[in-house]
Design a protein around this ligand. Structure first.
Ligand SMILES: [Zn+2]
Length: 74
């Protein structure tokens, strides 16, 4: 069993604070045995996904990015 942990800093597009976004550090954890994903947005929220859910969401985001240049970059 292994856990892969990736971290990345980002800024909110819509300011999360009146003085502007201070920057957050997100964390993605991947559990290799269960193919489970855990995303911590660095703002106190944690989201859990199983592989099929996440593959579908990424595929839909890819389709959206083709249609809309103002959407998330894939
Ligand atoms: Zn923010």
């Amino acid at each position: 069993m292994a856990t892969v942990v990736l971290k990345e800093k980002y800024r909110c597009y819509d300011d999360c604070r009146a003085e502007g976004c201070p920057e957050h550090e997100s964390t993605l954890e991947f559990q290799t045995v269960s193919n489970a994903y855990k995303f911590d947005n660095g703002k106190g929220d944690t989201y859990y996904f199983e592989q099929g859910e996440l593959e579908t969401m990424v595929d839909l985001l890819r389709q959206l990015s083709v249609r809309r240049v103002d959407s998330v970059r894939i």
